[in-house]
Design a binder for this molecule. Structure first.
Ligand code: NAP
Length: 264
């Protein structure tokens, strides 16, 4: 039996195990997927340990996506993004990023990205993938991060515009899509933006999916904006990881059903 899992801290909220275990079972693949909470100082030990124990692969979540790339041989996309969310163990330890494709697929289902001005909140591991993908597909990308220097560096890298969090009111009227890639709202009733900061002619996408309807999304509804929760991205990035590990097309409908069954 092959072991797969997700490493992060916190990781308790992750819905990846139900999604992948349902797919393994449906396809009769002899594998199991667990969540592993990793000590913040022991990421390298966790990855090398999983490799030496013969694991099939890992997903990587908050706060390790950027650091984890150091312990893998990344493919071209992951290297360009500078963060990974998927590791495949074999003769070598390979790193991949499926967050970028997951975010774009989810967003394209609800809006047209091409002519949009996008505001990305955050500059961590998930933000790197989102900023990389959207900077080439949208009209303009603004990046606002608590630690301004990190947002500045990411904006420069992808050809976007860095702004301070308190400068958001100056540009918000021109923004068509707001994407929260921070951990704000994860298992808490907090948001970086409230309804007065938003407007009805925008899409508000929150990567955080625990709770499914975050405070940001509730504020967006009050403002009359269209909302997108993090579940579709979870599904699409998960399906892409599954395909990296198994080489088999992921059973998307079944995986989505497993997620919603777990949530309910
Ligand atoms: P990360 O690398 O640790 O980045 C965290 C980001 O949040 C940084 O930009 C950080 O800003 C910001 N932040 C943290 N606390 C903050 C606060 N109190 N105020 C303002 N900003 C704050 O995490 P990540 O891996 O990118 O993940 C971020 C979130 O996205 C997680 O909740 C994760 O579950 C979610 N996610 C969801 C999916 C999906 O499929 N739906 C995929 C990927 C990620 P600083 O730079 O200032 O520290």
């Amino acid at each position: 039996m092959k072991i797969f899992g997700i490493i992060g801290n916190p990781v308790e909220h992750s819905l990846s195990p139900v999604m992948h275990n349902s797919a393994f079972k449906y396809l009769n693949i002899d594998a199991v997927y667990f969540k592993f909470k990793v000590d913040l100082r022991r990421l390298k030990d966790a990855i090398l340990g999983a490799d030496s124990l013969g694991f099939g692969g890992l997903n990587v979540t908050v706060p390790f996506k950027e650091e984890a790339i150091k312990y893998t041989i990344p493919d071209t996309l992951a290297e360009e993004i500078g963060a990974i969310n998927t590791i495949k163990f074999g003769r070598t330890v390979e790193g991949f990023n499926t967050d970028a494709v997951g975010a774009v697929m989810a967003l394209k289902e609800v809006t047209d990205i091409k002519d949009s001005n996008v505001l990305i909140l955050g500059a961590g591991g998930a933000a790197r993938a989102v900023a990389y993908a959207l900077s080439s597909q949208s009209k303009k990308v603004f990046i606002a991060n608590r630690t301004f220097k990190k947002g500045f560096d990411l904006a420069k890298k992808v050809g976007g515009e860095p702004i301070k969090l308190d400068e958001i009111p100056n540009i918000i009227k021109s923004v068509d899509i707001v994407i929260n890639t921070t951990t704000v709202g994860l298992n808490e009733d907090r948001s970086l933006l409230y309804h007065k900061d938003l407007h009805k002619d925008m899409v508000v996408f929150d990567l955080v999916y625990s709770p499914v309807k975050t405070r940001l999304l509730r504020e967006a509804e009050i403002a009359g904006a269209k909302t997108l929760n993090g579940i579709k991205m979870l599904l699409y990035q998960g399906a892409a990881s599954f395909e990296v590990w198994t080489g088999i097309k992921a059973p998307l409908d079944l995986m989505e059903e497993a997620i919603y069954h777990e949530i309910s």
